[in-house]
Design a binder for this molecule. Structure first.
Ligand code: G3H
Ligand code: 13P
Ligand code: ZN
Length: 310
């Protein structure tokens, strides 16, 4: 079942690759977050990818998602794609394709290489027959990803990346160059392995590359959360200049979830303390939505450079 209003993510990413900017893939799990993302894309005249993880999908209820996203995309002037983030369970990947998602990630990065190829190939076969694009992943990001935890980065091997794309037929490839998921990305210097990225990009000049774990963890959000009763000391993200440099060197899709969680949490903590008499959820959820929208507009305009590319 197709959601007619969605835009083709493959075209979005190929254009971004040619023109050296990146399309943001922002995770959502509620209407407020989804509308903040789509409103930002519209305001910035930017393409955008709405991403749902398997956990997000379970929380948001797949049956609602296809209708709500369809309506929101129809109302919006911005090109919107709907993507399954970190699909690990092939039954869920098939389910969302049948539901109308027009882009899926199959994440076999924690599997042995041959098994990653096998599962990715299977998804590509199912998806391409139905006009759905597929992102694969090679290399391991340090940190927590759903239930899978890794203490160390396993950077993507450039030669293996070429072999992987050739054998699987994926449309885009997520690579590991030093980012990680969550709010605690670096204990030491916050640097990415741009040298590895350049190498992969020179071998795969036509393939959109994807950067996961790319939140910048804005320190104003961290400060507000800690000031208003939270406890997330030492949170640190990817410096914006490292993301810009990645986009100049072949990264065409940048994933961001943690930053929106921080914007939401900082705003609601502050709002409720400063407005003790308010108990209408629309009031504080509106403030949260505005904070997330403003953050996404800034990211599209000043970091990803996708503004005015719609
Ligand atoms: O890549 C991970 C995303 O931030 C999704 O996280 O599995 O907690 O929804 P989640
Ligand atoms: P962050 O945790 O850095 O936002 O990464 C999100 C992500 O990669 C989703 O797939
Ligand atoms: Zn990710």
């Amino acid at each position: 079942m197709k959601i007619e209003q969605l835009s083709n993510e493959r075209d979005m990413l190929l254009k971004a690759k040619r023109e050296h900017y990146a399309v943001g893939a922002f995770n959502f799990s509620s209407i407020e977050i989804m509308r903040a993302i789509v409103d930002a894309a519209e305001a910035a005249h930017s393409p955008v990818i709405l991403a749902l993880s398997e956990g997000g999908l379970k929380y948001a209820e797949p049956r609602y998602i296809r209708h709500v996203v369809g309506v929101v995309s129809e109302m919006s002037n911005a090109p919107v794609a709907l993507h399954l983030d970190h699909g690990k369970n092939i039954d869920i990947v098939r389910e969302v394709i049948d539901l109308g998602f027009n882009s899926v990630m199959i994440d076999g990065s924690s599997l042995p290489y041959d098994e990653n190829i096998a599962v990715t190939k299977e998804v590509v076969k199912y998806a391409h027959k139905r006009g759905v694009v597929v992102e694969g992943e090679l290399g391991v990001l340090a940190g927590v990803e759903d239930d899978v935890h890794s203490d160390v980065h396993k950077y993507t091997d450039p030669e293996q990346a070429v072999d992987f794309v050739k054998k699987t037929g994926v449309d885009s490839l997520a690579i590991a160059i030093g980012t990680s998921h969550g709010a605690y990305k670096f204990s030491g210097e916050a640097k990415l392995r741009i040298d590895i990225l350049k190498n992969i990009n020179s071998l795969l000049p036509e393939v959109p590359l994807v950067l996961h774990g790319a939140s910048s963890v804005p320190q104003n959000f961290v400060k507000t959360i800690n000031e208003y009763g939270g406890k997330i000391e030492g949170a640190k993200g990817v410096p914006e200049e490292e993301i810009r440099e990645s986009c100049r060197n072949g990264i065409s899709k940048v994933n961001c979830d943690t930053d929106l969680r921080l914007a939401f949490t900082a705003t609601i903590r502050k709002y409720l303390v400063e407005n003790p008499t308010i108990f209408d959820p629309r009031k504080y959820l509106q403030a949260c939505k505005d904070a997330m929208r403003d953050f996404v507009i800034d990211k599209m305009t000043n970091v990803l450079l996708s503004a005015n590319k719609a």
